[in-house]
Design a protein around this ligand. Structure first.
Ligand SMILES: [Zn+2]
Length: 473
């Protein structure tokens, strides 16, 4: 990986190069003239002893802080990008192993540039050759003192060859070593038998012996194990996985308190035993079972509950979440209708906000109120359902009997039901808080549009909803 630092990137870019790029990208001549006038009309004046000096005409470069400069710089870098794309077809160039799949050669942010290739002299030379070509065209030079090369898994003599060819220094990533230190200390802290060699997993006697010793072994012994044991992060995970299940369960039933300093993953494994107890599973018996099922445990933890009639309204309904939310409140009798507020001792006008006829209860507001009933009868008519709207329990019962499957008419019905509830609640609040009132027709039109457009975006419903492309009269 080459980290290329460009010397005074903004100040050293050639105007002729910018013009050439704009021409090549087929910008209109007039536009290019405007841009070039902005660039070449720059003059600087230096304040010397408090007095501005005569104007100095600029010869190249983009002005920092000028809003157009970043765009022009990106266009300038585009040439390098296109040059490097040619490498994809060059048989002598080899991609960096981690970049080959996506064919990534360079990453750039403003004037910071990272170039990737396989660590052989040929590929690096090809890469740097193209950068050199870009440099001589644009005037952007690499600052060799600040540029560096990073190697991974490259032989020492090849590294020296590459460094000699490019004249850059070898860089090192500071984060790599610190990360390793963190990992080591984290393993020392945890003081668990996870430090075993991986081969010990298959060797039961070694495992048992290590198990017996591990409780009292010193940090020094463990750290020497660590040196030989954990060579890579992947191996570390594997050890946690395999040893965790094999060994840690033995400690589940005792010495749990000792693990308050353990790493989070060990704590997680240890904590899992309490979930098993809560689910009524016996740890020793579960260990003997060859295939342990998380699903089975999850279902046991959940327990058994009776099914509610409105479950499909909430669980299998592709309508907007806000409709579902209000639907869920209604299903559980949790909307703040006026009868509930009065029950809590609040002083509010008890009459229904929509019809001002009777007291506002959830059932009245959403289903039996004349305004709501008008909305529902039109919505049912729109779907071709010939019946009047009922109260919530009957509506739920009807849904469970007739619209409980996943066919299109059931899904559209459930969307409409949730949408209707949401829009009636919204209407009630608009009348109450903003004094705005819409007719039942307007509410129905908005509803039909909402359901129609949402359903027509779904592959399964697009066909059936097409036959509902009309407003109910
Ligand atoms: Zn009413």
């Amino acid at each position: 990986m080459l980290k290329v630092d460009m010397m005074k990137a903004y100040d050293s870019i050639e105007w002729a190069y910018i013009e050439q790029i704009l021409v090549c990208l087929n910008f209109p001549g007039v536009f290019i003239n405007w841009i070039m006038q902005c660039l070449i009309s720059v003059a600087y004046s230096i304040v010397i002893n408090g007095k501005p000096s005569p104007l100095l005409q600029a010869k190249k470069g983009l002005r920092q802080g000028d809003p157009i400069s970043p765009y022009l710089f990106v266009l300038a870098m585009e040439y390098l990008c296109r040059l490097l794309k040619q490498l994809k077809h060059d048989r002598d160039f080899k991609f960096h192993p981690r970049c080959a799949k996506l064919q990534v050669i360079q990453l750039g942010f403003a004037d910071d540039l990272l170039l990737f290739s396989k660590g052989d002299v040929g590929s690096v030379q090809k890469l740097y050759g193209l950068f050199h070509k870009f440099s001589s065209a644009s005037g952007l030079q690499a600052n060799l003192q600040k540029s560096s090369i990073y190697f991974g898994g490259v032989r020492e003599e090849v590294q020296q060859q590459i460094l000699a060819v490019l004249g850059m220094t070898k860089g090192s990533l500071p984060s790599a070593s610190s990360r390793q230190n963190v990992r080591k200390s984290h393993f020392l802290d945890c003081k668990t038998p996870l430090l075993c060699r991986k081969s010990a997993v298959t060797d039961v006697s070694t495992q048992e012996r290590w198990w017996a010793e591990s409780g009292e072994s010193s940090v020094m012994e463990q750290s020497s194990y660590l040196q030989t044991a954990v060579e890579s992060e992947q191996q570390e995970r594997q050890i946690v996985g395999e040893m965790g299940t094999l060994i840690l369960y033995k400690r589940w039933n005792y010495q749990r308190s000792k693990y308050h300093q353990a790493s989070w993953i060990v704590k997680k494994i240890l904590k899992a035993s309490s979930y098993m107890e809560a689910a009524g599973l016996i740890v020793e018996e579960e260990i003997k079972v060859q295939t342990f099922s998380i699903l089975r445990m999850y279902l046991k933890l959940m327990g058994t509950h009776p099914r509610v009639g409105w479950r499909n309204l909430i669980c299998s309904n592709p309508c907007p979440p806000k409709w579902l939310f209000i639907g869920y409140l209604v299903a559980n009798g949790r909307v703040y209708s006026k009868d509930r507020l009065i029950n809590w001792g609040m002083d509010v006008d008890p009459l229904c906000q929509l019809c001002k006829g009777v007291a506002e209860t959830m059932n009245h507001l959403f289903f039996t109120c004349p305004v709501a009933a008008a909305v529902w009868s039109k919505l049912l008519q729109w779907q071709g359902i010939t019946r009047q709207c009922c109260e919530w329990p009957e509506e739920c019962e009807w849904m469970e009997m007739h619209r409980n499957s996943n066919n299109s008419s059931s899904v559209i019905y459930r969307m409409t039901l949730a949408g209707g509830i949401y829009h009636i609640w919204k209407e009630r609040n608009q009348v109450l808080f903003q004094g705005k009132r819409r007719s039942a027709d307007t509410i129905v039109r908005v509803m039909v549009q909402d359901v129609f457009f949402r359903a027509s975006r779904m592959v399964k419903l697009a066909g059936p909803i097409a036959s509902l492309n009309f407003y109910p009269s």
